[in-house]
Design a protein around this ligand. Structure first.
Ligand code: MN
Ligand code: MN
Length: 366
């Protein structure tokens, strides 16, 4: 449980005259409560009042696990045959007289649950908590950095498994399956997103889906993967060659690597998010491939895989010590070749330390 951040959120609620915050994103709930769970279609919620004690609301079958986590306030459960929002409304009404303003995570609460919740109240529901939480999470504690580093080292293990699985005839799906199977055997139960393995020209689709395409000699294989470890995420990308690469592909890899390293070296407190994006973008543009770098340079990560800061053109946010984010330039030439190289970092007082250590120079798998 992160009491300091709960109190910071309560302070924010008081300042903005909000009575209750309804947190619904499992990663955000884990961040404040210390209890990590993916409830699927059931309800997992954290209710934080401006004044008073927060409570966790979980499916009945999770109450014990939630109570045994580091969460030290009350936990309430509901059975599948009960109406969860009736119970929630009773709990909230019992705890406070003022029920005028509620704040929601607009990016995570679905419309059905929003309607079920609000039928019990007559309040103002306009306030969006998502950016508030993203700001609270922006600076990581040393303990959070340690966990992100541990999650990153599991991504290194995943790369090693994946590179070994490359062989004539292996399909993208088979390599994905091998990575996730081996990790699960070692106790890593969740990936932070569906593992991406893309062979040949498929790698030119930045978020393509692995399928039955086989790896072929003299073509690239792109791996983008990460795990959730003790509630914290990793996210890293390597592009390797199966046997000697074509000269053109090798050149594209060199350019992306140069852009990635230039941006990595530019990380320090005081630079802005947009300036970092420009460092990588200008490198790629200087070789004439600017139009093929079709996404932002990076994103923050923590208990969720996409957080603040967003490293994107126009974002003048000043980078500070303790922020954690990815640097992931890419060049995607449709029908030809795709390369992305990604590491996540935490910002120190004069630079940055990566969470993943797998070498970035082009690896040739024989
Ligand atoms: Mn990423
Ligand atoms: Mn990634």
């Amino acid at each position: 449980m992160n009491l300091e951040k709960i109190q910071a959120l309560q302070h924010h609620l008081q300042e903005n005259e909000i009575d209750w915050a309804y947190l619904s994103d499992p990663g955000h709930i884990a961040y404040f409560s210390g209890y990590h769970s993916e409830p699927h279609e059931r309800i997992l919620a954290l209710f934080i009042p401006a004044v008073g004690e927060p409570f966790l609301f979980t499916p009945a079958l999770e109450v014990q696990a939630a109570s045994e986590s580091s969460w030290s306030f009350e936990v309430f459960g509901y059975l599948d045959n009960e109406a969860p929002y009736q119970l929630i409304a009773d709990l909230i009404k019992k705890r406070s007289k003022s029920l005028a303003r509620f704040a929601f995570e607009k990016s995570s609460l679905n419309l059905k649950n929003f309607e079920l919740f609000t039928q019990y109240f007559n309040g103002d529901y306009s306030y969006d908590l998502t950016p508030v939480i993203q700001c609270l999470q922006l600076i990581k504690t040393p303990r959070e950095c340690e966990l992100l580093l541990e999650a990153g080292s599991w991504a290194d293990v995943a790369f090693e498994i994946g590179f070994k699985a490359i062989q004539a005839g292996a399909t993208e799906s088979e390599i994905v399956a091998e990575i996730e199977y081996q990790l699960k055997r070692r106790g890593v139960s969740h990936m932070s997103f569906d593992t991406i393995v893309l062979a040949g020209e498929n790698a030119a689709k930045p978020h393509g889906n692995p399928g039955d395409t086989q790896v072929k000699p003299h073509e690239f294989v792109l791996f983008d993967l990460g795990v959730i470890w003790k509630g914290y995420c990793s996210d890293a990308t390597r592009t390797v060659s199966y046997k000697e690469p074509k000269d053109f592909d090798r050149k594209i890899h060199e350019i992306v690597l140069e852009a990635q390293l230039n941006a990595q070296q530019a990380i320090k407190p005081g630079i802005t998010a947009a300036e970092l994006d420009a460092v990588a973008r200008n490198t790629i543009a200087s070789y004439g491939y600017g139009e093929y770098f079709t996404h932002r340079l990076g994103h923050g990560l923590g208990t969720t895989v996409h957080e603040f800061p967003s490293l994107v053109e126009g974002n003048d946010l000043v980078i500070e010590e303790g922020m954690c984010f990815s640097i992931e330039p890419g060049i995607y030439i449709p029908g030809k070749v795709g390369v992305r190289i990604e590491d996540c970092y935490y910002v120190t007082k004069d630079g940055a330390i990566p969470f993943t250590k797998t070498p970035k120079a082009l690896q040739i798998i024989e």
